[in-house]
Design a protein around this ligand. Structure first.
Ligand code: SAM
Length: 212
């Protein structure tokens, strides 16, 4: 089992051991004092950590994160509980309202109503050389989005990518979709680990990669 990021702990909630961070609850998750459970069934990154993947996410005030596909903040709120400046890109206005609420109690969480396929529209806001690029956009062209946002990632940074097979092509075998995504990513990334997340998310692949 890999090391968990600083600030992420295994704790008991109602008798069950769960990953947890310290922060205000966001999605009705169980709490215990200042701790909140991180539900791997609601979070691909949570599933990657629960499965023991070596994410390279370290936690700590100095760690910067760019998160693509933040939705209403379920996962990115946990990230901002443990990391430093966390830029959260989401292009749908409705979830961004909830994301702004999650950011109220998290001064290091910066919601951006932007399209992750157009990185030039937030290049003036997001700092360069972020340590971690997390992506969970569940849309067609997931590899391309990761390639286009490589520009923000430090050379020794990590890409933590969740790929949803059905978003690429509902008719194809997930394994074939994942093979194509891996191949496309290889233009600019070295893949360090990839693992199916089916225990928590059907037909999803978790990938850890570093820039070439
Ligand atoms: N990552 C979220 C979590 O764990 O809390 C769930 C993300 S949900 C599976 C995918 C999100 O990506 C949706 O909210 C969708 O609006 C957003 N999305 C899809 N394409 C996008 C794009 N091009 N730019 C920004 N957000 C996008």
């Amino acid at each position: 089992m890999s090391d968990l990021p600083a600030g992420v702990e295994r704790r008991r909630f109602d008798g069950d051991e769960r990953l947890a961070t310290r922060g205000e609850p966001v999605y009705g998750e169980p709490t215990d004092g200042e701790w909140r459970a991180w539900n791997p069934n609601r979070s691909k990154l949570g599933a990657m950590l629960a499965l023991g993947m070596e994410t390279g996410l370290e936690g700590g005030d100095d760690e910067t994160v760019l998160y693509l596909g933040a939705a209403s903040g379920t996962t990115v709120s946990h990230v901002a509980d443990v990391a430093g400046p966390t830029y959260a890109v989401e292009f749908a206005a409705r979830p961004v309202r909830d994301l702004l609420e999650a950011a109220d109690s998290r001064p290091r969480l910066f919601p951006l109503l932007k399209d992750a396929r157009k990185p030039e529209t937030y290049a003036h806001v997001v700092e360069r050389d972020v340590n971690v690029l997390v992506q969970d956009v569940a849309t067609r062209g997931q590899a391309r989005v990761a390639l286009e946002n490589r520009r923000f990632l430090a050379d020794d940074g990590r890409l933590l990518l969740a790929v949803k097979a059905r978003s690429e092509d509902v008719t194809r075998e997930p394994a074939a979709v994942f093979a194509d995504v891996r191949e496309e990513l290889a233009e600019e990334y070295e893949l360090l680990e990839s693992r199916r997340l089916d225990d928590y998310h059907a037909d999803h692949l978790g990938i850890v990669a570093r820039p070439l």
